[in-house]
Design a protein around this ligand. Structure first.
Ligand code: NIG
Ligand code: FE
Length: 406
């Protein structure tokens, strides 16, 4: 199928490598698409059967969310209110709330329930311009329920237009059996996950109240030996040095990093490890924001994700995420934009396919009612999304009629 997106102002990074110099291109013209791929960008227009009239609006690559905790069921609204009144994340965790309460809900949920909730959230993401999503297990914490989650991710991905990349986060919290016994169990789970090809990445939550540094290192080495790429949750609540260690272990990304030290930033810069920052979680938990400025100035490639989950953050909009990144992490609008497009695509290994609007890439494109990139953090509403294309197919259109911004 052919399509021409006519008369748009394209804003995009370029290439297939993580950007650390934050150069953006603006091009005005027509985007021609064939078989889901961009085949030309020019001022010439042709006799295409299908034309989308862009009317001078902004065209950008679809947002990529490289860190979510979909699928889950249930809610933790009470916990949110406890926190609003002053309770801490670690206190809630110790009181039997936190991750374990979602584990209870997920264990009780049927496979179909997990899938239908996942589909609902994926639809919310689509309407806010997210065209590729990473999903994780981690609310099962036993063989049956971790596999159930990974199978649910697979089923969800077969029923949504977005691309989905799957991560095994069996090591999300320590169940009552204790760390040592559970890590042994996890290794057996890894064998099955590999056999069934259910995940691209293996992740661990190494922090106060979660897994120890020693246990995490052993487990990550085992995951690597099984041929998995590794990613980690580190420096979210406390700094224990694991971010630097994971970087040295060759982690594809180190995520969270709110409490990241200067020494770890240096290490990540040397190793060119992607930092996945999740400022909506800091915002939601009223915790410290990651030192994004120091990271970028040191040359660490930075990506942004939502961390959407039922406990520590229920925001998912890339628009809001970019607003918080600019307003609270002192990132520039360009840095935040690249962090949620090309750099995020690099995290999940899809940089050759998506992340920029360029010839040869998949036509995952958003049409925004915005004059430029700077407008996104200023007016961070999902209503800016006028149309979403995935693989050159229009999968969402905002048909409300508003006066245009430019
Ligand atoms: O990324 N850090 C660990 N995991 C999540 C929290 C998940 C939850 O509370 O359910 C996070 O913040
Ligand atoms: Fe997370």
């Amino acid at each position: 199928m052919n399509l021409e997106i006519r008369n748009v102002k394209i804003a995009t990074a370029t290439g297939i490598s993580p950007v650390t110099d934050y150069v953006l291109k603006y091009i005005t013209g027509n985007i021609k698409i064939s078989d889901g791929k961009i085949i030309s960008i020019s001022n010439e227009s042709s006799e295409s059967e299908n034309v989308f009239e862009g009317d001078g609006m902004l065209a950008i690559p679809g947002f990529v969310d490289p860190h979510t905790h979909i699928p889950f069921v249930g809610d933790r609204a009470k916990e949110f209110l406890m926190r609003a009144k002053g309770a801490k994340y670690s206190e809630i965790l110790k009181a039997g709330g936190g991750i374990h309460s979602t584990v209870d809900s997920v264990r009780k949920a049927s496979f179909d329930d997990l899938v239908t909730h996942g589909l609902k959230y994926a639809r919310w993401f689509l309407k806010s311009g997210v065209t590729a999503i990473e999903c994780k297990s981690g609310y099962g914490l036993d063989f049956e329920n971790e596999i159930k989650q990974l199978e649910a991710i697979k089923r969800i991905s077969e029923n949504i237009p977005q691309k989905v990349v799957s991560t095994f986060l069996g090591a999300h919290a320590v169940p009552s059996a204790g760390e040592k016994a559970y890590l042994t169990e996890l290794k057996h789970m890894l064998d099955v996950v590999k056999e069934k090809d259910l995940a691209k990445f293996v992740d661990i939550f190494c922090d106060e109240g979660a897994f120890s540094v020693e246990g995490s290192v052993k487990y990550m080495n085992y995951a690597k030996s099984k041929g998995f790429k590794i990613r980690v949750h580190a420096d979210e609540l406390s700094s224990n040095g694991f971010a630097g260690i994971a970087s040295d272990l060759g982690a594809t990304s180190v995520d969270h990093l709110a409490m990241c030290s200067k020494a770890e930033i240096k290490k990540m810069a040397q190793n060119k490890t992607m930092a996945v920052l999740l400022p909506l979680t800091s915002f939601y938990l009223k915790n410290a924001f990651a030192p994004a400025r120091a990271m970028i100035d040191e040359g660490v490639p930075v990506a942004l994700g939502s961390d959407f989950n039922p406990g520590s953050n229920t925001f998912y909009s890339p628009f809001l995420n970019i607003h918080v990144a600019v307003n609270h992490l002192n990132m520039t609008p360009k840095e935040a934009f690249v962090a949620h497009t090309l750099n995020a695509a690099c995290v999940i290994g899809l940089e050759e396919e998506i992340g920029t609007v360029e010839i040869g890439k998949r036509a995952d494109i958003l049409i925004l009612d915005a004059p430029d990139i700077e407008y996104i953090p200023y007016m961070p509403t999902n209503e800016l999304v006028r149309a979403v294309f995935i693989n050159g197919v229009e999968v969402f259109e905002n048909r409300d009629s508003f006066p245009r911004q430019n």
